[in-house]
Design a protein around this ligand. Structure first.
Ligand SMILES: *Cc1c(COP(=O)(O)O)cnc(C)c1O
Length: 359
């Protein structure tokens, strides 16, 4: 068996160890004679998995006691709706930093629910950079500031986050959660669809400060954070298999040495590809401004559409998967999430150099 060089943007590569562990328990989890998928979500065995995933996440991210961890469904996309539904309850305004397509989508959904404003934007420059965190101003009576920590499609990433604002900060961290240590205290809500850095699709992690969780009988039950917070995310049937795989990914992350160790490898991976781009004399052009470059999604084009197309074709033949840029910007994108091994990134770097030499 040969594993692919998987640079998919999401769903994305999973650690081999996780796949192997899951396979071991596929027919018989924990001597139950059943797979995790076949357990009742009210059983002790499943609850062990569920609570272990929460504990591992709390430990890896050093999540303080005054935050709740929720496992929801509907993807990050449903959070675009749930955030304003739960936070824009008394005519306040939600502020959005527009740094890419996902941020635009979050804003669009919020505008259906309440008042919104754009706090900062790099749209005019085709989302090539992240606005200066220090330049972001929001009035004290704003409901929140929403940011997208890593812009999966454009390959940009906040290098420092806004701090010291007097309003809650909400962050969509779908494509860089667990890639480096963060100070959870600087955020009031963090959410992430699992399928990039946390596991398979099907579960969405929400880390929310407890004082933002309020009972609001006017909200649809399933769309209220309070429903899920007060039931340990077991109000209805959770995506049990996805949460089990999440727990394995978190164990794997812990075994790697935690987020400091993971960040060191991620830095090396990103540097490997950006070095090829920067040393190519313009053969490869990075989309992102250097001070906004993502360590998760490396986006670039070649000198012509023709050459880009040939590059993608030859890369595919050489066993590299998922290098096509998002359909909204084209070009190439290498997604190098936590689970993508350094050796695979090095293989891609070699391929890029050889392609340039032979072009
Ligand atoms: C992938 C992605 C999303 C969409 O996630 P779904 O789980 O498919 O809804 C939203 N935001 C960001 C930053 C993403 O990378």
């Amino acid at each position: 068996m040969k594993r692919a060089y998987n640079f998919n943007a999401g769903p994305a590569a999973l650690p081999e160890w996780v796949l192997q562990e899951a396979q071991k328990s596929w027919m018989d989890f924990n001597n139950t004679g059943m797979s995790v998928m076949e357990l009742s979500h009210r059983s002790k065995d499943y609850e062990g998995v569920h609570n272990e995933a929460k504990a591992l996440l709390a430990s890896l991210l050093s999540i303080p006691e005054d935050y709740e961890i929720l496992f929801l469904q509907g993807g990050a996309s449903l959070q675009f709706t749930m955030v304003p539904m739960n936070l824009l309850d008394n005519g306040q305004t939600g502020y959005y930093a527009l740094t890419g397509v996902w941020a635009e989508k979050a804003l669009k959904e919020a505008a259906k629910i309440g008042k919104t404003e754009i706090a900062a934007s790099s749209k005019e420059d085709n989302y090539t950079y992240i606005p200066e965190a220090g330049d972001i101003q929001v009035p004290e009576n704003a409901a929140y500031l929403h940011i997208t920590s890593n812009n999966t499609i454009y390959g940009t990433q906040w290098q420092t986050f806004p701090t010291g604002l007097k309003v809650p900060v909400v962050a969509d961290m779908s494509s860089d959660i667990l890639s480096t240590p963060i100070d959870v205290k600087n955020f009031d809500i963090i959410y992430a669809g699992a399928q990039k850095n946390l596991g398979p699709s099907g579960v969405t992690v929400v880390i929310i400060k407890k004082d933002l969780i309020k009972k609001n009988p006017a909200l649809p039950t399933m769309l209220s954070y309070e429903t899920h917070a007060s039931s340990n995310s077991l109000f209805n049937t959770p995506p049990t298999l996805a949460i089990y795989l999440l727990s394995l990914v978190l164990k794997w992350a812990e075994n790697q040495g935690g987020l400091e160790a993971i960040a060191t490898i991620n830095n090396k991976k990103a540097e490997t590809l950006y070095n090829v781009i920067d040393n190519s004399n313009g053969f490869y052009n990075g989309h992102a401004a250097k001070n906004s470059r993502s360590k998760m999604n490396v986006t670039f084009t070649l000198q012509s559409d023709e050459l880009t197309k040939r590059f993608l074709e030859e890369a595919k033949q050489a066993g590299f998967v998922g290098l096509n840029g998002h359909r909204s910007i084209g070009g190439c994108r290498a997604s190098i999430y936590n689970a993508v091994p350094l050796e695979h990134v090095e293989a891609l770097a070699e391929f890029m150099k050889t392609f340039q030499q032979n072009a």
